[in-house]
Design a protein around this ligand. Structure first.
Ligand code: WT7
Length: 656
């Protein structure tokens, strides 16, 4: 659990809004919405364009495998592009994209603006390629490993058009991580690029992918998008350049959007945990799109005149939901960027706001805390007055960072929330709802569950926790956007999420509700680490560590960090014949980078002789963590050897 600050439960901030509502009124409205979630969500879903209406709102005959809007048919690509391209939004800009590198004055050298018409054309042309050239059909799976360039949403939308299930692999993952995901998903096609730009360097995606492709028998074809112009290895008969294969596809190509069933999968997104390989979370189409529609309106208050910007990477769920499908289905104009928020200078992000007049901003606590570190002047030298609403996501936001950002960018007058949700929920579950009813703000809180979402905080027995007492965050009724399952592992889906408490979805987070009923998510209750808001499983990191020949055993824990929220520390037992050295540390860290990817930076490595274990041999990471964070070690009656605790303490003291 990463929260170490005092929570200002009672600090209430009211801002002017015609949507303002007091908390008790909201509670009544919310109460009414969850007495009958079926009819509540059914009325929301009618706002979407369905090819065929559903027959049943919710099939709950086989819990927890719920199916929303059964019998309904729709298409996520149709909703996101066709409707706009054929109507008055045809010439409206959908995507404003700016790339890295920037010039010496911090101006982008490349900007692409795609209207809904442009997007529609490209999506259709790519769908044509997938269908005719690569013979993909509904239910097939593909993998996408691209940098933040417009082709990324285009490929996702093209796949969705055909009912082809895609899995996007974040470009910060390595060849092993990519290979594992491709193999689990049995992807037939991989889309990658000759590279992407990040902080002045080229991320060599194709070279990394080449290594994966040595062990991914399912992949028959690889499409390579030219981005950096770097020369890459092309395998005859398997690899083709995107521009080459697109050359002959006419501009006016039209591919009929597949009528997919509401409960047909849209995508698989892998998320790692503390045990076992990454879980392929499968999202449906109808429920997912319904939740995105609702949250774009209620949480982001999205309007046609807005310029919306979500600073996440599309490789994570935030980007899937709130860069690709959410904003586009609402016909919004949005910003997308390649590179980093603080490169070449710490004001890249503010200059983006200024350049395009961003009005709705969705960013992360880690980003906010790093801006804070750089200082106010970088912000003050730009005009950010276009921003009218903001939210953060990914990890708890400390009240100081909240207040600082709200003053400086929010002018102490605009709504600013911390939306809680996760890969599994598909979309936002707990928030302030400035587009619907605005409850008073409190710095650092997540707000209240959305209408139609029955979230709660419960104690160890699954009973509602007392106010201002820590418990577990759960969701007590099915919601649209919930997972269909874990890909090829329904049993695990039941075990991980639906077994801790009967009939409740267990999120894996600690939370408290304050006296007013506001939710405050405190951090993970399991051993998942959140680095800069990105979820890293201890399992993936530990497996990477023990791949190094010198490593016999390893434990990884998350330790609080002032900027990134948490950073991983690794504790290692060396094999006989090896002794600790800075060089060995470097080598081991290199292995992790190669196995998991550049996002998996282990902050510190400690060499120990013993690790705290249970008598059955399970490493007790919570004990390691308690020693490092100097907190209560808790129950150690199952500990096999207490000397291991001293070992950890000693190693850490020496380092300090
Ligand atoms: C975990 C989910 C969903 C978008 C990005 C992360 C943490 C997320 C908040 C918030 C406190 C938060 C939780 C959750 N989390 N948003 N506003 N306040 N914690 O998705 O990678 O699936 O991670 O992120 O611990 O379980 P994810």
């Amino acid at each position: 659990m990463s929260v170490s600050w005092a929570l200002p439960f009672d600090k209430e901030i009211r801002i002017k809004s015609n949507k303002e509502i007091d908390i008790n009124t909201y509670k009544k409205i919310h109460e009414a919405s969850i007495t009958d979630v079926k009819s509540f969500w059914s009325s929301v879903a009618t706002e979407l364009d369905w090819f065929k209406p559903w027959e049943r709102v919710l099939d709950d005959s086989n819990p927890p495998f719920y199916k929303w809007f059964v019998g309904g048919e729709l298409n996520a690509s149709y909703l996101s592009v066709d409707r706009h391209a054929r109507g008055w939004r045809k010439n409206k800009v959908a995507l404003i994209w700016e790339g890295e590198p920037l010039d010496n004055n911090g101006n982008p050298k490349e900007v692409r603006k795609l209207t809904y018409q442009d997007l529609y054309r490209e999506v259709n042309r790519v769908a044509y390629l997938m269908k005719e050239r690569y013979k993909l059909k509904k239910g097939d799976t593909i993998a996408i490993y691209l940098p933040m360039i417009p082709e990324l949403p285009i490929f996702m939308l093209a796949a969705a058009r055909l009912g082809v299930v895609f899995t996007v692999v974040f470009s910060g993952f390595s060849s092993d991580a990519l290979a594992n995901r491709i193999n689990d998903a049995e992807a037939k096609l991989l889309i990658t690029a000759d590279g992407g730009w990040r902080k002045g360097k080229i991320v060599e995606l194709k070279n990394i992918a080449d290594k994966s492709l040595e062990k991914t028998p399912s992949v028959r074809h690889v499409i390579v998008v030219r981005r950096t112009g770097a020369k890459v290895n092309m395998v005859e008969g398997r690899d083709e350049y995107y521009d080459d294969v697109m050359k002959d596809v006419p501009l006016n190509t039209y591919v009929e959007p597949e009528r997919v069933k509401s409960e047909d999968p849209l995508y698989i997104l892998y998320t790692s945990g503390t045990t076992g390989k990454p879980k392929g979370i499968v999202h449906d189409t109808g429920g997912y799109m319904t939740l995105l529609h609702a949250t774009m309106k209620w949480v982001f208050d999205i309007r046609d005149e807005d310029v919306y910007w979500c600073t996440a990477d599309i490789g994570w769920v935030t980007g899937h939901s709130y860069i690709v499908f959410g904003p586009l289905m609402e016909g919004a104009t949005e910003v997308m960027y390649e590179g980093a928020l603080d490169y070449p200078k710490p004001d890249r992000w503010v200059s983006i706001i200024e350049r395009y007049g961003v009005s709705v901003l969705y960013t992360s606590p880690t980003a906010i805390r790093s801006f804070m570190k750089y200082g106010d002047s970088w912000i003050k030298s730009h005009d950010t007055s276009s921003v009218r609403l903001m939210h953060s996501v990914g990890e708890p936001i400390n009240p100081e960072a909240w207040e600082w950002f709200w003053k400086l960018v929010g002018r102490e007058e605009i709504p600013f929330g911390s939306t809680w949700w996760m890969t599994e929920t598909g979309g936002i579950m707990i928030s302030h709802l400035p587009g619907l009813y605005l409850i008073p703000l409190k710095p650092g809180t997540n707000g209240m569950p959305l209408p139609g979402i029955q979230a709660d905080v419960v104690d160890d027995n699954g009973n509602p926790a007392k106010p201002e007492t820590r418990g577990y965050l759960v969701i007590k009724q099915p919601w649209p956007g919930m997972p269909l399952t874990i890909y090829k592992d329904p049993e695990r889906y039941v075990n991980v999420y639906w077994s801790k408490f009967p009939n409740m979805f267990y999120a894996g987070d600690y939370a408290v509700k304050d006296d007013d009923g506001y939710f405050w998510v405190l951090g993970r209750a399991d051993e998942v680490i959140k680095v800069a808001g990105h979820r890293l499983g201890t399992y993936e990191l530990e497996s990477a560590l023990i791949e190094h020949p010198a490593v016999a055993e390893a434990a990884v824990i998350g330790v609080p960090d002032p900027i990134k929220g948490e950073v991983p520390y690794g504790f290692i037992i060396l094999r006989q014949g090896y002794s600790p050295s800075p060089q060995l540390t470097q080598e081991i860290l290199k292995t992790v980078r190669e196995k998991v990817g550049p996002i998996a930076v282990i902050d510190k490595v400690f060499f120990v002789g013993k690790l705290p274990k249970t008598r059955s041999g399970k490493i007790m990471r919570r004990v390691v963590r308690a020693v490092i964070t100097n907190s209560q070690v808790g129950d150690i009656t199952t500990l096999e050897d207490e000397a291991s605790v001293d070992e950890i303490r000693k190693a850490y003291e020496e380092f300090k």
